[in-house]
Ligand binder design. Structure first.
Ligand code: HEM
Length: 500
């Protein structure tokens, strides 16, 4: 009798759990979405490839509206495609939406990008913005920018001269220049080329491996299982990064102490050696400094160089736009054989328009990094739960035909009206979000002004020094490839003719 009673109770409880899973999950208050199956949730949508994520989301948004919920494992994932809802969440309710979901493996790591909304995040972010991104600090690196640009222009001239038809594949050169510049800001010294290349290779492989897993950083439970192989490779790459970068940190620390902290010039690594974590009441350890340096190098290299390539590809595809930009620069610079200086950039509104149009049409990230809320909150009448991730679709906002006329066309002129009203285009989206390549609100990319400076300075000089043409008979192929950032599937190969 006792055994039968026990079996009866067990079956009843199991049935109740299954019925609850089928009929009651998700809670009705969550944003709408496809009905999840018990245990696997909405995983079957991604049975072919996770790279299809944004195509599938388009389809689901068309069916369920601008804010939807998908279920993967225990955490609901909310996706927001509407700019007004994004503004409400990221700007009006910025404090509540400023959190990040917990790490996949539950470990609490010390990065700015993944830190939850805490005093640790505040201290790290303030260190980066005040010590490295303050306009006076950015200016102090102008000589380094000039040096890296000079090297890039020299290399391109050499390579275009060596090839019979002047054709050059520029992707690696753009990436290397950006990486060398960021490495100089990060380590405070010019490392030898071999070392830079070793570090750059490891960082790139880490980004690629992470990119393979990143689409599903929104789907935490399964990521660890499905991407076991990539996880293992990531550990090896982290070990390699340790071997290369930790000696640099130790050496820098030694020099700093020998000079009794009196050196005039400080690198990102130097500033990190001085950071104290308030919650833990201690300085950063070597592993944490390594992680933050990697974050700095990766954040600054891939996105900026991918966007530089997209912008140049558009200028090759549209020679009339390239010519207009060159003519505008001629008006400001004259006919001299000099480089465009940083102080000249603000005098060339069309240059800013070209860079903004590149950011609108080719934002390097399809989604913001996953956000989460500090407490259960309502958005547009829906529940956004504390335990979920909130994902904002960047690409869709820049392509909204209600905001952008003929959004598929590359038309920098659309940004010139903003110049006329004297205020310029608000890339931070604080008043209104029309596009948000850098995000908006508290978690906005802290380096957006630096990134725009790098883009304007390099694009201006690339066009000033060379005429860029498509290879005879070839159109520029604008197909996309989704790695960590959206890059050109067929990297630009252009004919470069020195102008002077
Ligand atoms: C064209 C270049 C760049 C683009 C398009 C870009 C874009 C973004 C985006 C979309 C985010 C996520 C915002 C969010 O989750 O709400 C972000 C965060 C971040 N970016 Fe950038 N970024 C660029 C360059 C850089 C550079 C040059 C650095 C550093 C030198 C950098 C450092 C960071 C950091 C540390 C965060 C995390 C902020 C936080 O969580 O508080 N980025 N960036």
């Amino acid at each position: 009798m006792a055994v039968w009673f026990f079996i009866f109770i067990s079956i009843s409880i199991s049935m109740a759990v299954i019925l609850k899973l089928i009929f009651n999950y998700p809670s009705q208050k969550l944003p709408p979405g496809p009905r999840p199956l018990p245990i696997v949730g909405n995983l079957f949508f991604f049975r072919k490839s996770f790279n299809d994520l944004h195509h599938i989301l388009h389809f689901l948004h068309a069916k369920f509206g601008p804010i939807i919920t998908l279920h993967f494992g225990s955490r609901p994932a909310i996706f927001i495609a509407d700019r007004f809802l994004a503004h409400q969440a990221l700007v009006h309710d910025s404090v509540v939406f400023a959190d990040r979901p917990p790490a996949l493996d539950g470990k609490e790591e010390v990065f700015i990008t993944t830190a939850n909304y805490s005093s640790t995040w505040r201290v790290l972010r303030r260190n980066l913005t005040a010590e490295m991104l303050h306009p006076s600090r950015v200016k102090s690196y102008s000589a380094a920018r000039k040096m890296m640009l000079g090297r890039l222009l020299k290399l391109l001239k050499l390579q275009s001269g060596q090839s019979a038809d002047h054709s050059v594949q520029v992707m690696d050169q753009f990436r290397n220049s950006m990486f060398s510049l960021l490495a100089f800001m990060c380590f405070g010294e010019e490392l030898e080329d071999k070392k830079i290349k070793e570090i750059a290779d490891v960082q790139r492989d880490m980004m690629r491996t992470f990119g393979e897993m990143s689409t599903v950083s929104i789907l935490p439970t399964i990521t660890m299982i499905m991407f076991y192989k990539q996880g293992k490779k990531m550990l090896q790459l982290q070990e390699e990064a340790r071997r290369l970068i930790i000696p640099l940190i130790l050496n820098r620390n030694k020099v700093k102490q020998e000079q009794n902290n009196k050196q005039g010039f400080s690198s990102y690594m130097d500033t990190l050696l001085d950071v104290k974590l308030p919650e833990k009441n201690r300085s950063l350890n070597v592993e944490e400094i390594l992680g933050l340096c990697s974050e700095f190098l990766n954040g600054g290299t891939d996105n900026t160089s991918a966007l530089m390539l997209w912008t140049m590809a558009n200028l090759v595809k549209h020679p009339d736009i390239q010519e207009k930009l060159f003519e505008e620069m001629k008006r400001v610079i004259g006919n001299e054989e000099k480089t465009v200086e940083e102080d000249d950039l603000h005098k060339i509104p069309y240059l800013k328009a070209v860079v903004l149009e590149g950011l609108r049409k080719h934002p390097p990230l399809r989604f913001l990094l996953p956000h989460s809320v500090t407490k259960d909150v309502a958005l547009n009448g829906h529940l956004i739960p504390r335990n979920g991730s909130v994902n904002f679709m960047i690409g869709d906002m820049g392509m909204d035909p209600k905001v952008w006329e003929e959004p598929m066309l590359f038309k920098p002129e659309r940004f010139l009206n903003d110049e006329e009203d004297g205020e310029g285009f608000d890339i931070t989206g604080s008043k209104e979000i029309k596009m948000m390549p850098f995000g908006a609100g508290r978690r906005i990319c802290p380096a957006y002004a630096l990134a725009i400076l790098h883009l304007e300075y390099f694009v201006a000089n690339l066009v000033w020094k060379f005429e860029w043409k498509a290879r005879g008979g070839y159109d520029v192929n604008m197909e996309e490839q989704h790695e960590f950032s959206v890059r050109m599937k067929h990297p630009l190969q252009a004919l470069l003719y020195p102008r002077f």
